[in-house]
Design a protein around this ligand. Structure first.
Ligand SMILES: [Zn+2]
Length: 318
């Protein structure tokens, strides 16, 4: 059975032809055209037709297409209601793609929900049936799988970890307008801010970056931490503490087996884990303290695998 997978992000897009077991036959990546969403969808269709032609496959042979979108998606109508980063609003993605490709079964989903569905079907789902999925990169996104099922909630927003309050005393402003959100503190953005503040106030720390000949970034700070620089170690522990506070709220409500972390910050899991575990130890009840915190089994293309998963799951439910 052939499945199309469109992973449309705010910065890049990957189009692929796959099967229901997650096998990818061919894929193509390009920059997302954030100026004009419909023109971008035309580009996606064009790339998909090219892949079908290369593989010698008719459109009729494609059973469904899973489409990830970087925002709030009405799963029933397939309308992208809002993608703030791209500046896209009220786009009838499902209808547009169905007309253009003449494929009826188009399943649109928020990209983080897709990651969680992908993990359940093709990743750590063989170990965990109840887990939270957290994308920790520039921001913090999340989704919840409970008892073997992706929980969407009333608006598809269940598991939006990013705007839980994790800091009250030194709360920084979040892109949502509020202060003290996990997204403002426990994200790549929060990490960058902590690094800049320390560089500005601590000449020895600034000198440590000069010594390794690198700009002060998350990656170079991780390098310093792994070389034993105590300030760098403390910064990652603070980042972990914030993530751990967020995870604790979630653990206390849903008692999951694990939290699965994806996104750029997952590469520093060894550095943030001590802070995460300390917060979980402090803020959860006894059985929840055992919650496992792991990185995704799906790697860099978790979302693309997720697009295959949402289409496959939708076909099974028919
Ligand atoms: Zn917020």
């Amino acid at each position: 059975m052939y499945i199309g997978a469109f992973d449309i992000g705010g910065t890049k897009t990957i189009i692929a032809l796959a099967d229901e077991n997650g096998k990818i036959y061919e894929k193509n990546q390009f920059v997302s055209d954030t100026k004009d969403c419909l023109r971008h969808l035309d580009h996606c269709c064009e790339e998909f037709r090219k892949i079908l032609k290369n593989q010698g496959i008719d459109t009729d042979a494609v059973s469904a297409i899973g489409v990830n979108l970087p925002g709030i998606v009405n799963r029933k109508t397939g309308v992208l209601e809002c993608a703030v980063f791209a500046g896209w609003y009220d786009i009838p993605v499902k209808e547009y793609l169905a007309n253009s490709l003449q494929i009826e079964k188009i399943i649109c989903e928020n990209d983080v929900n897709s990651c969680a569905e992908g993990e359940l079907r093709f990743g750590l789902g063989d170990r965990y049936q109840s887990f939270g999925w957290m994308t920790v990169s520039t921001g913090v996104g999340g989704a919840v799988v409970c008892d073997g099922k992706l929980i969407r909630g009333a608006h598809g927003f269940a598991g939006e970890f990013g705007h839980m309050k994790v800091e009250y005393e030194q709360a920084k402003q979040c892109p949502c307008g509020e202060y003290g959100c996990l997204e403002a503190h426990g994200s790549g953005t929060g990490l960058g801010r902590m690094i800049s503040e320390h560089v500005a106030n601590d000449p020895a720390f600034a000198a440590a970056f000069e010594k390794i000949g690198k700009e002060a970034t998350g990656a170079s700070c991780a390098e310093l931490a792994r070389n034993g620089n105590q300030t760098a170690i403390d910064i990652f522990e603070s980042l972990g503490e914030y993530l751990g506070r967020g995870i604790s709220y979630y653990a206390n409500i849903l008692d999951p087996e694990a939290v699965v972390i994806g996104g750029g910050v997952a590469a520093s899991i060894d550095l943030i884990l001590p802070g995460i575990r300390r917060a979980i130890e402090r803020y959860t009840f006894e059985p929840m303290k055992q919650i496992e915190v792991v990185t995704t089994a799906l790697g860099y293309e978790a979302a693309l695998v997720g697009a295959i998963a949402i289409a496959t799951t939708a076909l099974e439910r028919e």
